[in-house]
Design a binder for this molecule. Structure first.
Ligand code: AMP
Ligand code: MG
Length: 344
């Protein structure tokens, strides 16, 4: 397949440039587009065939459902049975990095929802994503635009690494602002279950809804026979090719361990900016300062991809804490590490 790449400058008028992209989507093709979280691999959310093409391009198991992206929060009513809690969430967080799971309407094919009777809905704030969805006039079903299991792409460079020749078009809209996928919540009556943490933190959700449970798979490894609330949680994810090991201990001890391991085994590390000068610069990637979780989130997936390119067999990183945005970092990193945590 020949993949057309178009580059969009957010400062100038780009509506014309999106015409061809919307024609591809409407006729059942695939277009990768930027969002504020990560790049999405989009297809027409009302066409069963488009979903099949998305699964094939990603190499994703087809029981792992797709999120549909809408232009305005109220569009959710056309595709899902919404309630008052949805509108409270929409008022507080949309457009933005929040996905809400609700019972689906007939028009959403089961291939989009992985056979489930619920659908995941998100209204992105990225201007290019918004303009594209609006131009199409249909919901765009889109998972992250990576080969299944690899780190999600936060710039077109990484999309091209994974998707060239696999999709009809890639829209390069620069770097994604947040860098981690959306927060996913499921509405159950008046309460919420957090299925995937993201930039909308549990504390922020608690301001809108008193009861926010955390699904066990967010933090813990599921037993072989346990069924996750979100099918995607059972798969290894975000993983570099090298083995990632998370170090749990006080920061000074973790840094000493990293320094010694680099000397003895030549491993790669993801470190905080302030630690870089103590480490081997050829084998270390700084992901932001210790307390700057937003920068760490933005750089995480890029760092995992770049760490792989250092050629080491093992990558060590700090185990994040569970507070605020730390929960989202923790959730992605334990999956990338296949739950390998070493106590220091
Ligand atoms: P991605 O498309 O890569 O951002 O991943 C989407 C995530 O949303 C996956 O983990 C899916 O399993 C999850 N998801 C999508 N739709 C549903 C749904 N109806 N119920 C539960 N989880 C869902
Ligand atoms: Mg993904």
């Amino acid at each position: 397949m020949n993949t057309k790449i178009i580059r969009i400058n957010k400062e100038t008028e780009y509506s014309e440039q999106l015409t061809e992209a919307s024609e591809i989507i409407l006729t059942g093709g695939t277009v990768v587009f930027p969002t504020e979280t990560v790049y999405g691999l989009g297809g027409n959310g009302l066409l069963a065939d488009a979903a099949q093409k998305i699964y094939a391009a990603k190499g994703r198991p087809s029981d792992n459902p797709l999120i549909i992206h809408i232009a305005e929060p109220c569009d959710a009513e056309k595709y899902a049975f919404v309630n008052d809690v949805y509108y409270r969430l929409a008022e507080a967080f949309m457009p933005g990095p929040l996905t809400v799971i609700m019972p689906k309407r007939e028009c959403i094919p089961l291939s989009v929802t992985g056979g489930l009777d619920t659908v995941a809905v998100r209204c992105p704030s990225h201007p290019v994503a918004h303009a594209l969805i609006k131009k199409c006039g249909v919901p765009i079903a889109a998972p992250s635009a990576n080969i299944s299991g690899r780190p999600s792409p936060t710039s077109a460079k990484y999309v091209e690494e994974d998707m060239l020749g696999r999709v009809d078009m890639i829209i390069d809209g620069g770097e994604c602002e947040i860098g981690l996928e959306s927060t996913i919540v499921k509405i159950d009556g008046n309460s919420l279950t957090l299925l995937r943490p993201g930039a909308i933190t549990r504390d922020a959700l608690l301001c809108v809804c008193e009861d926010v449970k955390i699904a066990p798979a967010v933090i813990h490894k599921l037993a072989e026979n346990e069924k996750p609330l979100s099918p995607g949680m059972k798969y290894r994810h975000y993983a570099p090719n090298a083995d990632l090991v998370l170090l749990d201990g006080n920061s000074d001890d973790v840094l000493s361990f990293m320094i010694n391991e680099q000397k003895s085994t030549g491993c790669a590390v993801l470190c905080y900016d302030e630690e870089l000068s103590c480490l081997n610069p050829d084998l270390s990637i700084a992901i932001g300062t210790r307390n700057d979780l937003a920068t760490q989130a933005k750089k995480l997936f890029t760092s995992l991809r770049e760490a792989d390119k250092l050629g080491a067999a093992k990558i060590y990183a700090h185990l994040p804490t569970l507070d605020g945005l730390g929960l989202a970092l923790y959730n992605r990193m334990i999956r990338a590490a296949a739950h390998t945590i070493k106590k220091i």
